[in-house]
Design a protein around this ligand. Structure first.
Ligand code: 6GU
Length: 226
């Protein structure tokens, strides 16, 4: 998989070199390139934003530098992802879809977002996804893109050492995961649930499923409501 990230803060993505994603890069399972949007500006101040038409607070990212960079990066089968608190919720299902793509381009907006015509223009020729991490506001798309890239890449075959760990995890059956325990058997007076020590695989499976359902009811009733 090839990933291009366009941002005014390229250093944000240094974190991708560590941990699992760093290993995937070392194994050449994925190639990630980070591009500075300001390199596509032509004025001496390298400005990427302007005041909003219609008035109001904040600044809007100008369409011109985006057009220059995206014309250069997008090929016929690229998927363009625009992180935005106004986008569709990014879910595990969405991560699975992104993991199928051969080429992802992430366009990180700052300020009050990118001139909407950029999304309108590229939607005529490409799949463009406006995606949000959740119902809160970040200063820009960078942190969201780090999360989306990690959630996507761990689903690319070969990135995770033990693919079994992908099967029984949160959001796999529309439920959150059951609680986990390891040694010691007693810690600060709290015992590991007896059933996990029993060796009865069927009882353990059943208990874990019950725990998943109960935890989902308690923590995420929204997941069960449809
Ligand atoms: Cl994708 N961007 C920004 N700026 N804020 C967010 C977000 C994205 N998702 C949740 N909050």
């Amino acid at each position: 998989m090839k990933i291009d990230i366009v941002t005014i803060f390229p250093a944000f993505f240094d974190v991708l070199d560590v941990s699992l994603i760093g290993k995937a890069l070392d194994k050449n399972l994925v190639e990630i390139s980070v591009h500075d949007l300001r390199d596509a500006t032509t004025d001496p101040h390298r400005s990427v934003d302007d005041t909003p038409y219609g008035g109001g607070a904040g600044m809007v990212m100008s369409p011109e530098p985006w057009g220059v960079v995206l014309d250069r990066l997008l090929t016929t089968d690229s998927v363009l992802v625009v992180p935005s608190p106004a986008g569709r919720l990014f879910t595990q299902a969405q991560a699975k879809e992104l993991a199928q793509a051969g080429h992802l381009v992430f366009a990180c907006g700052r300020y009050e977002g990118i001139d909407q015509r950029v999304i309108e223009h590229y939607s005529q020729s490409h799949t463009v996804l406006e995606l949000s991490l959740g119902d809160y506001v970040l200063n820009g798309g960078e942190v969201a893109v780090v999360a989306m890239v990690e959630a996507t890449l761990r689903l690319v075959p070969g990135v995770i050492g033990n693919p079994e760990s992908l099967i029984e995890e949160s959001h796999e059956e529309g439920l959150v995961e059951y609680p986990s325990y390891t040694k010691p058997r007693t810690w600060r007076g709290i015992e590991v649930p007896e059933v996990l020590l029993s060796g009865h695989h069927e009882q353990i499976r059943q208990w874990r499923h019950e725990q998943s359902v109960a935890r989902t009811q308690r923590m995420r009733p929204d997941l069960l409501s449809d």
